[in-house]
Ligand binder design. Structure first.
Ligand code: PLP
Length: 440
């Protein structure tokens, strides 16, 4: 028995080391990190430049409490981050992870509303399915029942609208009309809740594991922004998974030219070299809150110099090696290969995503998109078959009839075309074994 525990009993080998897109266990077995852990390791493992920057910071100081010192690493990372954000989104608040970034965003939004005399505004509308974190505030926004419902009595659940799962729709609408149809759900919900009670709308611009890399039709993004503006509601983009180049732009928001009011970042932001996240907000929002007496929120490790030195080196590396461009290029290659699997495996019903945030979904019938029977346990079976063969992928089965078994394919942004081939060969071998085993 180990003294350590996580969500469930899941014995895994001991990790020895990482190198680029590969991880090695203590027995020397090599794994392709096909999901960058949990969509984290954007610059790959053991990047020598990042490690050197961290060592240099370690030799100076690893902690200086923010009330006692400013640090060069945190100031430099804040400046660099602000320069990568849309115009006007230039105030950076550091945290240690994605849930903390989301908590910070909704608390800043609430305090800003108070400075505007809008005490009645406190509801944050989100989408179902979605994932925004597991702390109670972020969980209240998370549209994923198995994780959230047991804690209902302990938190204030927030209103949800359906995520734009257009790949399941069998209507006669055009893509543009579908996008607008789903965006109008926000207007309906705001109206139903009472516009003067609604503070913000939060969304993942490309969905994560809860939807399997869901991308909305183009028309959705602009209309959501318009609706938020119409009702004076803040738009929060949760770019915890999509940020730092993952989708082929530094922020996914850039694909649609959207300027949110607040952005949450983590995961690829320090790419697993240190626990780090950030909440980035409009300058006037931050100024109003600071003028009103200060932001009533903060974490001990905020702006930790070692974490910030890692984050800075990671972003430098993303820029130096044009990893955002590589994510766009390799994303196209990989997506085409995944789409190619649909010709071979009838049980693959959809391939979606952007850049190197990709997913495929298994179904029992591609026309109706009926999920595979739960008893098949496809989401964990394929993951295990791939793992045995040295490929790590990430899966989820969202219950409630909205999505079925889907698998995230999201390797480090440094991946080469030859490595895409290598990864696909293992994936196909695992899919063959799954099909045989499941009698499909
Ligand atoms: N938001 C999104 C979109 C995420 O994907 C995640 C994690 O998967 C989180 C928030 C929570 O981040 P963390 O697990 O670092 O708290």
């Amino acid at each position: 028995m180990s003294n350590l525990f996580y969500q469930s009993r899941q014995p895994r080998p001991f990790l020895d080391r990482g190198e680029g897109i590969y991880l090695f266990d203590v027995d020397g077995k090599r794994y392709i990190d096909g999901s960058s852990g949990a969509m984290v390791s954007n610059v790959g493992h053991s990047n020598p430049r990042v490690l050197a920057a961290m060592r240099a910071q370690m030799d100076k100081a690893t902690f200086g409490y923010r009330l006692h010192f400013r640090t060069e690493a945190s100031e430099a990372l804040a400046a660099k981050t602000a320069a990568l954000m849309p115009e006007g989104i230039d105030r950076v608040f550091f945290v240690s992870g994605g849930s903390e970034a989301v908590e910070s965003a909704i608390k800043l939004a609430r305090q800003y509303a108070l400075t505007q005399g809008q005490d009645s505004r406190w509801k944050v509308i989100s989408r179902f399915p979605s994932y925004h974190g597991c702390t109670l505030g972020a969980l209240a926004l998370t549209g994923y029942d198995p994780l959230a419902r047991p804690f209902d009595p302990m938190m204030r659940d927030m209103p949800k609208i359906a995520a734009p799962t257009t790949y399941l729709d069998r209507d006669n609408l055009s893509e543009e009309e579908r996008g607008l149809k789903y965006a109008e759900l926000l207007r309906d919900e705001i109206t139903a809740q009472g516009p003067d009670t609604v503070l913000a709308f939060i969304m993942e611009p490309v969905g994560g594991a809860s939807t399997g890399a869901l991308v909305a039709p183009e028309s959705y993004y602009g209309r959501i922004r318009e609706i938020c503006d119409e009702f004076g509601i803040l738009l929060i983009y949760d770019e915890v998974m999509t940020g730092a180049g993952r989708t082929g732009k530094f922020l996914a928001a850039e694909h649609w030219g959207i300027t949110p009011d607040i952005i949450a970042l983590s995961k690829g932001f320090a790419a697993g070299y240190a626990p780090l996240g950030a909440m980035v907000a409009r300058n006037d929002i931050v100024e109003a809150v600071l003028d009103s007496g200060g932001f009533l929120h903060g974490f001990t490790y905020a702006g930790n110099p070692l974490a910030c030195a890692a984050g800075l080196a990671v972003i430098d590396e993303i820029e130096r090696a044009d990893l955002t461009g590589n994510a766009a290029r390799m994303g196209e290659v990989l997506k085409a290969r995944l789409e190619g699997l649909m010709a071979r495996y009838a049980f693959i019903g959809d391939v979606r995503g952007k850049g190197l945030l990709l997913a495929f979904e298994m179904v029992s019938d591609r026309d109706t998109m009926e999920p595979l029977p739960t008893a098949l346990n496809a989401h964990s079976r394929l993951v295990e078959l791939a793992y045995e063969r040295g490929l790590i992928i990430y899966s989820r089965r969202t219950r409630g009839g909205i999505t079925g078994d889907h698998f995230m394919i999201a390797p480090p942004l440094i991946i080469t075309e030859a490595q895409v081939d290598e990864m696909m060969a293992i994936l196909e071998d695992a899919l063959d074994a799954f099909a045989l085993d499941a009698g499909l």
